[in-house]
Design a binder for this molecule. Structure first.
Ligand SMILES: Cc1ncc(COP(=O)(O)O)c(C=O)c1O
Length: 350
């Protein structure tokens, strides 16, 4: 088979999935209405379901995970306030500085192993109230950590961080883009992970395979305030039932199968572990594989990415030395084989 005939093996991100036929069929005949007036029964049902999953009072449907984060920050902070989070958080590296522009917030970042910090980091960075210092106001956790290679926050560590933040009078928000991956991998439910958090959200466009959508959950009061920013930021939509029907379908059919993505990621880890090209393959816990090229080869991650792309295999270069590979609904065993073969071919070509 020539390269052009090889099916695309897309490990760039779990956001690349296309809706399945069954998912598209779930939209036909769906009951919908104007969501911004609370008149879309399907969207209301999805929000209730996600609020229940997180053990929270209420929830709101939003177009993206970034908007969930930005609205949560806007609700929890005032301009000039400080947020404590990992340096590798999505809100720091990939939301276009939104927290500064939209909420006037600043960040105090923690350099930590795989995006997971400790309660002692929160206590250390917390600023006692003073007329000089910014007001520490919010702690943000990310379950699982994306740049941490899909690392799962151990539930005790997460609870400890959240409790310490609460004792200091801070709010706690969870970026739960891949919280269901953590839940499926450990068997610990979302409500347990989110306990002691004031807000949390779930992405439908990652492992769940939907084209659009995320749901942000919190107390009734928090969600009322979130609606204000949803309108302000242009996230209030109309007949969203056509989107949320797919999200409900994904909750019914695409959660347990995340275990298949985890198994494939584990297989990639095992194969790459024995490959001399890499100095380190981070232990795989969910659907993300992060591998660091051995510096003795003097090869940039972008060179490997470009070579693999020429073989119809997509990966992401992270910084100069790491490549990230994510498994999802649209990668199968053949794709894994193409990836491993491509890397072996690269190694023999250098
Ligand atoms: C950890 C994490 N948070 C937030 C987001 C943002 O989600 P969205 O692409 O829906 O804005 C992503 C996207 O990949 C992510 O990985």
């Amino acid at each position: 088979m020539s390269v052009s005939q090889t099916p695309l093996a897309d490990f760039y991100s779990d956001t690349q999935t296309l809706p399945t036929n069954d998912m598209l069929k779930s939209v036909i005949g769906v009951k919908t209405g104007d969501e911004r007036h609370g008149a879309c029964p399907t969207t209301n049902a999805l929000c209730e379901r996600v609020a229940d999953l997180f053990g929270m009072e209420s929830a709101v449907f939003l177009p993206s995970g970034s908007m969930c984060n930005q609205i949560a920050i806007a609700v929890h902070t005032q301009p000039g306030d400080e947020i404590i989070c990992s340096r590798e958080s999505h809100i720091v590296f990939a939301e276009a500085g939104g927290l500064a522009k939209l909420s006037g917030a600043m960040v105090s970042v923690i350099d930590c192993e795989r995006g997971l910090f400790e309660s002692s980091d929160v206590s250390r960075l917390y600023r006692r109230p003073s007329s000089f210092a910014p007001r520490t106001r919010l702690v943000v956790t990310e379950q699982t950590s994306n740049l941490g290679g899909g690392a799962i926050w151990p539930v005790e560590q997460l609870a400890d961080v959240a409790k310490t933040a609460q004792e200091l009078g801070l709010s706690v928000h969870m970026d739960g883009a891949r919280a269901l991956n953590a839940s499926v991998a450990t068997g610990i439910d979302l409500a347990t992970y989110a306990s002691d958090h004031d807000s949390a959200w779930l992405a439908f466009t990652k492992g769940l395979g939907c084209p659009v959508g995320a749901v942000l959950a919190g107390s009734r009061d928090f969600i009322e305030r979130a609606w204000h920013f949803k309108r302000m930021f242009g996230g209030a939509m109309r007949q969203t039932g056509v989107l949320t029907a797919m999200c409900l379908h994904a909750l019914d059919h695409h959660v347990e199968r995340l275990a298949e993505d985890h198994a494939r990621a584990k297989r990639i880890e095992t194969q790459l572990d024995g490959c001399e090209l890499f100095r380190q393959v981070y232990p795989v816990e969910t659907n993300i594989v992060l591998a660091e090229i051995d510096p003795r080869f003097e090869i940039a991650a972008s060179e490997l990415r470009t070579f693999l792309a020429s073989r119809n295999v997509q990966v992401m270069a992270v910084g100069t030395s790491k490549i990230r590979m994510i498994t999802h609904l649209d990668v199968d065993d053949l794709a894994v084989e193409s990836l491993i073969n491509g890397i072996e071919e690269f190694l023999t070509s250098i």
